[in-house]
Design a protein around this ligand. Structure first.
Ligand SMILES: [Zn+2]
Ligand SMILES: [Zn+2]
Length: 273
């Protein structure tokens, strides 16, 4: 099935799997989010991830590592990926994953790296991550957001903040990829049902205007079928991503293919990034 050709709701082979209905929107022989030992919480080298991609017959792999404003390894990371031996039929591209900091769209990455995203000597994409909630005055941990909600913050406010941050960030960055979009919602007691159609329309417009792709993320099991369909129907490109932190997980999509039950969840440590 070609990307963007939906199964339709409940139209997967098993007829009823919620997760299964996202599979038709992405190319499962791609993996657009794979970490290496350049990330302090990942365990496989770029060489090992490349070997896994080759073994699994992937056609594209995006090697990505976590950055902060203080990160200095990006030139070494890009050189290591560039030095990998070519594999027939496998495209190797790069990215850096950075957290959204605030509703003005600030991104936790070195300015010189952000300035080179999409250029000949920079990472191919910047992956914009909702590891914390980008608030008006800076990132808020899930716990802080839950306390604000308990204290009377409107239930609609966190999604408004996150969408505002996405919209502003993609205007100011080179080519971007939304990393596990809305993964923070379950951590703060909300769900994807709290994301309105107006939010999705605005996100789709911004994605199309600024060369943004949106992940369907295996590790975090998000976004779900409604958001995937809403974005795809507006022409947004969706990409499969394992968010692998070990070569064993490269290109493996049990949830995305609808063969795993429930949410597999992610690593708690991501909240602190
Ligand atoms: Zn992440
Ligand atoms: Zn990641």
């Amino acid at each position: 099935m070609s990307p963007g050709t939906p199964h339709g709701p409940g139209g997967g082979p098993d007829g009823g799997s919620v997760a299964g209905s996202v599979a038709g929107y992405v190319v499962p022989t791609d993996d657009h989010h794979v970490h290496s030992t350049f990330s302090d919480d990942a365990r496989s080298t770029p060489e090992e991830n490349l070997a896994a991609a080759r073994e699994r017959g992937l056609r594209s792999i995006r090697m990505v590592d976590h950055v902060r404003t203080s990160t200095t390894y990006v030139p070494d990371f890009l050189a290591a990926v560039a030095a990998l031996p070519p594999v027939d039929g496998l495209e190797v591209v790069t990215g850096v994953e950075a957290k959204l900091l605030d509703t003005a769209g600030a991104v936790d990455a070195p300015a010189e790296v952000l300035a080179r995203v999409g250029g000949p000597d920079g990472p191919g994409r910047v992956l914009l991550a909702d590891h914390q909630l980008p608030g008006p005055d800076g990132p808020l941990s899930p716990r802080a957001v839950r306390e604000l909600l308990d204290g009377g913050l409107a239930r609609s406010a966190p999604v408004e903040m996150l969408v505002a941050s996405y919209l502003r960030a993609v205007e100011g960055c080179g080519p971007a990829q939304l990393a596990h979009p809305f993964s923070i919602l379950p951590k703060i007691g909300l769900t994807e049902d709290d994301v309105g159609e107006d939010h999705l329309a605005a996100l789709a417009d911004a994605a199309l205007a600024h060369d943004v792709v949106v992940e369907v993320n295996e590790k975090w099991c998000c976004p779900g079928p409604r958001i995937v369909a809403a974005l795809a129907d507006r022409g947004v490109r969706l990409v499969a991503s394992s968010d692998a932190h070990h070569a064993d997980d490269v290109g493996r999509y049990a949830w995305l293919r609808g063969t795993a039950g429930g949410r597999s969840g992610g690593l708690a440590g991501e909240e602190a990034r």
